[in-house]
Design a protein around this ligand. Sequence first.
Ligand SMILES: C[S@@+](CC[C@H](N)C(=O)[O-])C[C@H]1O[C@@H](n2cnc3c(N)ncnc32)[C@H](O)[C@@H]1O
Length: 248
Amino acid sequence: MLSIKKFVPYKFLAVVLAALCAAGCKGKMKGEERPDPYRAARERMVRVQLESRDITDGRVLAAFRKVPRHAFVPAEYQNSAYGDFPLPIGEGQTISQPYMVAIMTQLLKLKGDEKVLEVGTGSGYQAAILGELCKEVYTIELIPGLAESAAKRLDSLGYANIHVKAGDGYLGWPDAAPFDGIIITCAPEKLPKPLVEQLAIGGRLVVPVGPQHTAQTLTIYTKTDTGLVKRYEGGCYFVPMRGMIEKD
Ligand SMILES: C[S@@+](CC[C@H](N)C(=O)[O-])C[C@H]1O[C@@H](n2cnc3c(N)ncnc32)[C@H](O)[C@@H]1O
C-alpha cells in the first residue's frame, strides 16, 4: 500500500513536470520558435524599397527588418503586406506604404531616449516601428474600432512601451506632454495648435500638410526658443485628418 510519505514526492514531481511542459508549450504558441514565412519578403522590402532609396539610418532599417508588417494587415492582404504600396485596414483607412513610414520615422532622428506622439494609429504598424526606436510612444486614433484592434495587436506582440487611446489627435495627449517628437499620419490642412504647444523645445514634428484629397507636402517643424523652423521634404498623399481640425 502507498504510504503518504512516498506519495507526496511523486505528486510534487508530477506538478513540476506539468509546469515545465506548460511553459514549453506556451513558448511555442507565442510563435517564438516557429519559422517566419515572411522573413525573406521583409528583407527584400528593406533592400529594394528602403536601402535603395534614401533610408540610411541603421536603427530605422533594423526596426523594419524586425517588425512583422504582415501581422498589421487583414488576413486577405497578408501576402501583399511587404509590397511597395499602402493597403486597406478597414473603416476606409489604410496602412501607409513602407517607404512613407520609413522616411517619416527617419526624419524624427530618434536616438532611443525620446517620448513620441503619433496621431493616426491605424493598424499600429508605425507605432510598433517607433516603439523599437524610442523609449515611450503615445498614439491616438479617431476611430474607436481601429484603436481597440491596434492596442490588442501591439499588446500581443509585447510592446509594453506603446500607449494607445481612442480620441481626436487634434487635441494631442496633454497629460503625457511634452513630446520630443510628434508624427501625424493623416493630413491636416494646417498645423493643429495644441500639438505645437505639446512639442518640446528642440523637438521635431513631421506632418503631411495640405488640402484634402489632393497631394500634400511632407513638412518638418523643429521647435526652437524663438518659434518653429519649417522645412519641406516633398510631396505625399495621406487620408485627411478629421475631427476638431475641421472646425478650426
Ligand atoms: C494613413 S492612416 C494611418 C496609418 C497608421 N499610422 C498605420 O501605421 O497603420 C490615418 C489614420 O488617421 C486616423 N485619423 C484621422 N483623423 C484623426 C484624428 N483627428 N485623430 C486621430 N486619428 C485620426 C484615421 O482614422 C486613420 O486610421
